[in-house]
Design a protein around this ligand. Sequence first.
Ligand code: HEM
Length: 421
Amino acid sequence: MSDQPRPACSPTLFSWEFAADPYPAYAWLREHEPVHRTTLPSGVEAWLVTRYADARAALADPRLSKNPAHHSEAAHAKGKVGIPGEHSADLVTHLLNIDPPDHTRLRRLVSKAFTPRRVAAFAPRVQELTDRLIDGFGSRGQADLIHEFAFPLPIYAICDLLGVPREDQDDFRDWAGMMIRHGGGPRGGVARAVKRIRAYLADLIHRKRESLGRGDGEQSVDLISGLIRASDHGEHLTENEAAAMAFILLFAGFETTVNLIGNGVYALLRDPVQCDRLRRSLKEGDEGLLATGVEELLRYDGPVEIATWRFATEPVVIGGQRVAVGDPVLVVLAAADRDPERFAAPDVLDLSRADNQHLGYGHGIHYCLGAPLARLEARTAIGTLLRRLPDLRLAVEPQEVRRRGGLIMRGLRELPVTWDP
Ligand code: HEM
């Protein structure tokens, strides 16, 4: 993946070759043009920030707004910045699209409901889901791990956590499939899927609020009931805010986790030494290497290649480069997490890497709210897969595995694997 030579001159970005292995191009940019102005495939111009120190500073810089209204080409770029929900007016106000003080208020309220304790209590259910999925294909000796494992696990998990009744979860699976197949853009199928999910969530929230109001939902432990109950100094989420929140949890927590499991297993199967090391430690009942290993997989080939859009609200200097008011700034997490100034031997996968403060979950006030859930799902999924299918291997040559396109996310379209059943 990273043994390729670096380009001799300014690399071509966003081609299929680039998507297969963007790391040599990012290495070139980090060295020669660490804050690089580029024209994106959508035609929008943006700055790419590629060094770790600059990336970390930019993610926490209050002069970089998340609100697309600050984009200098806001009117012209409408629909081009690919922010989930942007084409559905009442979903625009979600955490990844707003700044303080609104962000502070909403994040505080959701944090009261989406607690590490609630996630930890969910561990047996994630294990059950994982086992059920493996039961479905385990005796067959071959599978597409994206389609049959990495894709359904997070959608069922988030549905359960939110409190979507089991009988409705397959509808969610279909809608989510439509969103992932067509990316976050405002085109036909996606817009329809977003609309259906939105309407379903609004109705579910309404029903749960009524049942809580009647006092017969007092014992409900689901996250939607938690969102409705959450209060901060007497403030609550409105029904619209709760719906937008449930939507962003679903959207932000779904494809990311699919990709963490997919990219993670792919990286392990391409590195037999590291993979055997992990298998041995799991066999000995040691979960330590799995925990550091999942963090390393996030750093090495994480699900979010580029953090979501930011826009300069005043002139800022990033890594010596002047960025004008209204300019979009894209922080390239995948480039920052391979910066040799920050990580020793950054192109090497080392499951026991210590001092691994990667930016895979972002940094600052927008730091991933779902990180505890993502860790739980990834550790359970990868650990159980390696335990139950000990000789799991790729069914095709590594370079034949097809990737999914897209600016923000980095993931596989399929992951054909085989094992001795
Ligand atoms: C934010 C990564 C899973 C919910 C973020 C950000 C990153 C990220 C990089 C910050 C984006 C930015 O600053 O532009 C990931 C990765 C995941 C994952 C790599 C899985 C492997 C989840 C899950 C959930 C979730 C499972 C929830 C169920 C969120 C939310 C935000 C967020 C709500 C916005 C937080 C805010 O703006 O305050 N995530 N995420 N994520 N993530 Fe995750």
